[in-house]
Design a binder for this molecule. Structure first.
Ligand SMILES: *Cc1c(COP(=O)(O)O)cnc(C)c1O
Length: 412
């Protein structure tokens, strides 16, 4: 599909910011010289190319540290969110497995955390998967109850990538501090609107991703606490000794510069952006709910990423709805991960019913989403939804007042 438009904005309208965000032009501007003129290796100590690159990396590290209230030396640059999560989980497991082999996590993690934890489970670690309520929240007291003498790590997602629910990270952090267990927060989503201070939240390790916060793809960071306690990690690759030996390999200087600028912009704009996105998403939600019946908002009503709306359109197949609104780029709300059309582990953990799970769409708004684009997306979606409902015999029956739960379906 080509990207063009007769409309006053580019189409398809991009409402898939939870998958990836556009690199902010202000970020890109700062990166370009590090490809074109200032292209040294940050570890070259013998010439100005290297010194310039090192200085830029130092500044970026300061900016990322400022965003989350830590010291510069506690930021480790990686290739992205997935690497950060893997380094946190495998790094702790390999370093502390003598001490214990129990991990606490939740049923709604991103695969960047879930799959490494499952791999550890297969090799003999034991894992407690905490359930969530119908809003996607984990109960902090359940974390407390799950911690054992041999627990070496609690790993929890912050902003859920499918339903948007924000976990009670500060409460969980306080419990981990009191019980002296390392706490990893997967904060790949949410840093553009939420203020996380690692000391205030009791966080020991925190994963971040450049392309989810208007920085470039291919860069991420892991916060690693150095004081009270000093967290140690086993590196997952061997090499040249960069990043305090936690993450070897030549630094991605342009990417790091971009992540630094992205962090600075998030810090300056997160408060206003939270207000703006909340208003914009609420406007969309209110229009949908005013125009259509039998809709359900998945995830928590208010404890959520402000720009993410996961809505089930009962009696409509999500895939058909997406095809019917080709001028809007959205994601399926149940993120089927395979060809079997199995609903995602997240929707199952929230207990979303079989009837609703395949009807949901994820709209994720972002820094560049305008009101005109949001209104256009709603209109496009409403037209497609009405058309599909007109063709739905189930919806017809419900409108005639038939209670579907009382019907005995004939299988032959
Ligand atoms: C995107 C994402 C990741 C993975 O980050 P990448 O930079 O894409 O590797 C991990 N966790 C969450 C919650 C995410 O949204």
């Amino acid at each position: 599909m080509s990207i063009a438009s007769e409309l006053p904005f580019q189409t398809p309208v991009y409402l898939d910011n939870s998958s990836t965000t556009r690199t902010d032009p202000r970020v890109l501007d700062e990166m370009i010289p590090y490809f074109s003129v200032q292209y040294g290796n940050a570890h070259s100590r013998s010439h100005a190319y290297g010194w310039g690159a090192e200085k830029a990396v130092d500044q970026a590290r300061e900016r990322v540290a400022a965003l989350i209230g830590c010291r510069d030396s506690e930021i480790i640059f990686t290739s992205g969110g997935t690497e950060s999560c893997n380094l946190a989980i495998f790094g702790v497991a390999r370093m502390y497995e003598e001490k214990g082999k129990h991990i606490v996590t939740t049923a709604v993690e991103h695969r960047a955390c879930m799959d490494p934890i499952r791999a550890l489970e297969r090799e003999g670690f034991t894992v407690t998967y905490l359930p969530v309520d119908t809003d996607g929240l984990v109960e902090p007291s359940a974390v407390e109850a799950a911690i054992q003498d041999d627990t070496i790590l609690v790993s929890v997602i912050f902003g859920n990538n499918e339903v948007g629910t924000l976990m009670p990270a500060r409460e969980i952090g306080a419990i981990c501090k009191a019980r002296d267990v390392i706490f990893h927060l997967d904060a790949c989503l949410g840093l553009d609107t939420e203020h996380i201070d690692v000391d205030d939240f009791g966080i020991d390790l925190m994963s971040m991703s450049g392309h989810k916060m208007y920085g470039p793809p291919g860069i991420g960071a892991l916060y690693v606490r150095r004081r009270r306690p000093r967290v140690r990690l086993r590196a997952q690759m061997l090499g040249g000794g960069q990043e305090r030996g936690f993450r070897h390999g030549t630094l991605n200087v342009p990417g790091i510069v971009g992540l630094g600028k992205a962090a600075e912009l998030c810090m300056e704009e997160r408060a206003d952006e939270k207000v703006r996105l909340t208003a914009l998403a609420t406007r969309m939600k209110d229009k949908f709910f005013a125009e259509l019946d039998h809709l359900y908002l998945n995830g928590h009503e208010s404890k959520r990423l402000p720009g993410l709306l996961n809505i089930s359109f009962n009696f409509i197949e999500g895939e058909s709805l997406m095809m019917g609104m080709s001028k809007v780029a959205v994601a399926s709300g149940s993120a089927c991960t395979s060809a079997t059309l199995e609903p995602s582990h997240v929707m199952r953990a929230l207990g979303v019913g079989e009837d609703l799970v395949h009807t949901s769409i994820r709209f994720s708004l972002g820094r560049f989403t305008t009101e005109a684009e949001a209104d256009f997306a709603v209109e496009q979606c409403l037209v497609a939804a009405r058309k599909l409902r007109e063709m739905s015999p189930l919806y017809e029956m419900v409108k005639e007042g038939i209670d579907l739960s009382t019907i005995e379906w004939k299988h032959d």
